[in-house]
Design a protein around this ligand. Structure first.
Ligand SMILES: [Zn+2]
Length: 234
């Protein structure tokens, strides 16, 4: 790395570069800060921890203590993604349902897009009625839902799902009827209408009622896979 060139960069650019470095691992993050004073300045700044991208944070490095300290600091400084990840951990691992929901909601209010999705989809899933139909449709476009599902199903993390889903959540998931479209006018359109998903798959177009019922059902069967361990300070 040529320090002469780096010194001419504004802090906002250094921030962007250091954020990328962080994604490759906490060790590289530390090395970059030692190698160049400009990175050290940026990496010390509270703003860096508040805005660090943690959703795709590379977690399977060996520096457990350094990662733990980094995450705890992000959470303490109010990083929305840290609040979201901790909320997911509390909800799905610890079964602290109220605490977890409250944090997911707070992360959503602070602008974490994935938290906004999860918060709204939980409201949707929990509004299932006695016939297995969900209500409380969120104000998302169908395409946004597709985008969020791409993120959720593409989540590249270790497969440490050695925890039980909260029984309340399981019972809600079981009550949602994913077969609503089978008896709906929208699946009997002639000729049938199709939409192309972001992953290239061709799906039958659904009316709002069928779309949200299927989305809520899929959400319940995929979202817990994105929960993972999060350090809670003593
Ligand atoms: Zn329908």
């Amino acid at each position: 790395m040529d320090n002469v060139n780096l010194t001419s960069l504004p802090p906002s650019m250094l921030h962007k570069i250091l954020s990328k470095v962080l994604m490759t691992g906490i060790r590289d993050f530390g090395c970059a800060r030692i190698a160049f004073p400009g990175f050290n300045e940026v990496g010390r700044d509270d703003h860096f921890y508040r805005s660090a991208d943690l959703i795709f944070f590379n977690d399977w490095a060996n520096e457990v203590n350094a990662i733990r300290a980094f995450k705890v600091k992000c959470y303490r400084l109010g990083n929305p993604e840290a609040i979201y990840l901790r909320g997911m951990y509390e909800y799905f691992f610890l079964h602290l349902l109220d605490e977890g929901r409250e944090k997911i909601h707070r992360a959503a209010e602070r602008g974490c897009v994935l938290a906004q999705f999860v918060d709204a989809m939980m409201n949707l899933a929990f509004s299932v009625d006695g016939r297995g139909i969900v209500h409380n449709y969120p104000a998302f476009t169908h395409q946004h839902v597709d985008e969020m599902f791409q993120i959720i199903t593409g989540w590249k993390i270790g497969h440490n799902w050695d925890y039980e889903k909260p029984p309340t959540f399981i019972s809600v998931a079981e009550r949602i009827d994913p077969n609503v479209p089978h008896s709906c006018w929208c699946s009997n359109l002639d000729p049938p209408m199709f939409i192309v998903s972001l992953d290239g798959s061709r799906l039958r177009w659904k009316c709002d009622r069928c779309f949200w019922n299927c989305a809520a059902w899929e959400f319940c069967y995929a979202i817990h896979l994105t929960a993972r361990a999060w350090p809670i300070e003593d």
